[in-house]
Design a protein around this ligand. Structure first.
Ligand code: SAH
Length: 248
């Protein structure tokens, strides 16, 4: 994948990536000539052959992130936002993430914390995460093509994020890997997984359960006096369970 540096954005937030500075950019609103893009500065307005205004912007992390290759179902941003906000991880934090999947959560963590170690059992998904980490250019991610159910080698970890079919199989390993007070967060699409995970956590004297919840984001359309919720939304993604290690 070529690294994206610039993009064109309409006033209502639709973005079009410039994959090559020597090619015209075609959109459903018409095209903009490569020569016009080359001459333009960031912030400049460009107009397509059909008269649609576009603005030239530098592509930031989130713009490039939106273009990652997808394999497994990713954790949506609304849920990642809560993980970051509830655990308060920062540039000093060490995180273990499993399974890697498409690397969506791994990459967002890499953008916010000191280092991330990601376990992914499937080689095909491991390769996708690896490609996506290189695409974004992160140097603070260690990828392991391993089964996390077998154990976690890392120590003094501040946060462990689990997006796995059987997250309860990692609780004992997390007790050895986390620092006291550290967070174990599990993301599961269905109720039985959340239930079995939390009940297993509560049977373990080393952990406490902070809360389990889901995040609902409802986007609104705001145009003149037409102000209303959009018809479609992400109805359901997953449940989040936040737990903390009390002692080792
Ligand atoms: N959180 C990821 C998506 C993970 S999907 C993202 O945001 O992109 C779940 C992943 O867990 C799958 O890729 C699956 O192969 C992996 N997985 C399942 N069991 C595992 C195990 N025991 N150890 C490591 N990875 C595992």
């Amino acid at each position: 994948m070529e690294k994206i540096k610039k993009l064109l954005m309409t006033r209502d937030g639709r973005s079009f990536y410039i994959r090559s500075m020597s090619k015209d950019v075609h959109t459903q609103f018409g095209y903009i000539k490569a020569a016009d893009i080359k001459k333009a500065d960031v912030g400049d307005e460009l107009v397509t052959n059909k008269g649609k205004k576009m603005f030239l912007l530098d592509a930031g992390f989130i713009d490039v992130y939106g273009k990652i290759k997808r394999g497994a179902q990713i954790v949506p941003r609304k849920d990642i936002g809560l993980i970051l906000a509830e655990t308060g991880v920062n540039k000093k934090s060490r995180v273990v993430d499993a399974g890697g999947g498409s690397g969506a959560l791994t990459l967002m963590l890499a953008n916010s914390v000191k280092e991330v170690v990601t376990y992914e059992i499937r080689e095909d998904f491991y390769k996708i995460v690896d490609e996506n980490v290189k695409f974004l250019g992160f140097k603070n991610v260690t990828l392991k093509n391993d089964d996390i159910y077998k154990g976690v080698a890392e120590k003094n970890v501040d946060l462990m994020t689990l997006d796995l079919p059987e997250p309860w199989l990692v609780i004992e390993h997390a007790a050895k890997a986390l620092v006291p007070g550290g967070y174990l967060v599990s993301y599961s699409p269905s109720v039985p997984q959340m239930m079995d995970f939390v009940n297993e956590v509560l049977r373990n004297d080393n952990f406490l359960h902070v809360k389990s919840c889901e995040v609902m984001e409802r986007e609104w359309e705001v145009h003149e006096r037409k102000v209303r919720p959009k018809t479609q939304m992400i109805g359901h993604s997953g449940f989040l369970s936040f737990c903390r290690l009390i002692k080792r």
